[in-house]
Write a new protein. Structure first.
Length: 367
């Protein structure tokens, strides 16, 4: 893949749409329940902390792009430090994005099996996802621009329908009290849900590969904040609907919609929202896989992405086979053992990159 010419670059609109249409839909299934198990009534406040930390990183990366004239970050590190440092950094980021893809992938498998099937299907029904993922990883970043132009409507319509169905059953008083809780929960909770965040780091992948248009920072920031608001509102409605038993309602969207439909005694048209959001979730899960492949490709200095695409997708497919129906065990291991990786590469490293001196021009990316 070569992203050096204007034709292959994302439009600024498409970068913004990624933060509205793709990154939020990875947080609408299991995250509200997990956050409720740690934070109870304060789950929305814990999510707000996660989003604020992510926004700080996003702001730092936007400053980094301005400082280096929207140059690809690999080229910046390569020229300001050394080619070896750039390769090591992107190899580590390949591992980071690989880990970032695991929980949403296993989550999606369990979600589909428990929502759409009455009898648990074989894991091979998930094989088409990897076919799409492998194909996407062979393409240019522009593929997400085309997909997100469509996905934005699926996401907004799906979430709009969910909020329409769930809002009448929300009881805001269930989120009280807000402040009469142990302070340590607001530390443990955001750390335990960190694997669903660090989405600002995608800007390191996008750097140099989207058109540098006016009010870039403002538009990207507002798009990120819009996605954050959607998720926080959904979390508030989720806990307002279920209260103390919210931590046992593992799949937020189908639980909310079926509960609303059951009360109204109406037809299960809530499946419309589920299918709309599943469409966007496919591309949302592929995004970290794609990022892992491209980082590995740069780290190995390969002209084509078929080898890293085969390695990353093959490992993830084997992972899904081995750890099928073991989502919560894998979740515990990733948070407790690899949580420091998310802190380091999701928050610390992007801010430290600001220390690189100014003076790199936009250069072509080998891929």
């Amino acid at each position: 893949m070569t992203l050096s010419n204007e034709r292959n670059k994302l439009k600024l609109r498409q970068v913004c749409f990624i933060f509205i249409a793709l990154t939020p839909v990875t947080k609408i299934s299991l995250l509200p329940s997990v956050a409720a198990s740690f934070l109870e009534e304060q789950l929305w406040l814990g999510l707000l902390i996660n989003f604020v930390l992510d926004f700080i990183v996003l702001f730092a990366i936007l400053l980094l792009l301005k400082k280096h004239d929207n140059a690809p970050i690999f080229d910046v590190v390569e020229q300001k430090l050394s080619p070896t440092c750039a390769k090591i950094l992107f190899f580590l980021y390949s591992i980071f994005f690989f880990l970032k893809a695991i929980i949403p992938l296993l989550e999606q498998q369990d979600y589909v099996q428990n929502t759409l099937y009455e009898v648990t299907p074989t894991v091979l029904v998930f094989l088409p996802f990897f076919a799409v993922s492998f194909y996407s990883c062979l393409k240019e970043l522009k593929i997400f621009g085309r997909c997100v132009d469509i996905s934005i409507w699926f996401t907004l319509l799906g979430l709009g329908l969910v909020l329409f169905l769930a809002l009448p059953i929300c009881r805001i008083e269930r989120l009280m009290p807000i402040i009469q809780k142990p302070t340590y929960k607001l530390i443990k909770g955001p750390f335990s849900t960190i694997i669903w965040f660090s989405d600002s780091v995608y800007m390191l992948i996008f750097a140099g590969h989207f058109l540098n248009q006016k009010q870039r920072a403002l538009k990207i920031s507002l798009s990120y904040l819009s996605g954050a608001v959607l998720i926080i509102v959904l979390a508030i409605i989720f806990y307002g609907a279920f209260g103390p038993i919210a931590k046992t309602r593992f799949w937020a969207i189908p639980e909310l919609t079926i509960f609303s439909i059951a009360i109204a005694n109406a037809t299960r048209f809530d499946y419309i929202a589920i299918f709309l959001l599943l469409f966007s979730q496919v591309f949302a899960i592929i995004l970290p896989i794609f990022s892992s492949v491209k980082c590995l490709q740069l780290a190995l200095n390969l002209k084509r992405s078929i080898i890293p695409a085969s390695i990353i997708n093959g490992l993830l497919f084997l992972f899904v086979i081995v750890f099928s129906n073991r989502l919560f065990k894998v979740f515990g291991v990733i948070v407790n053992v690899f949580g420091w990786i998310f802190i380091c590469f999701g928050y610390v490293v992007p801010i430290l990159l600001l220390l690189l001196p100014r003076g790199t021009k936009n250069a072509p990316l080998k891929a």
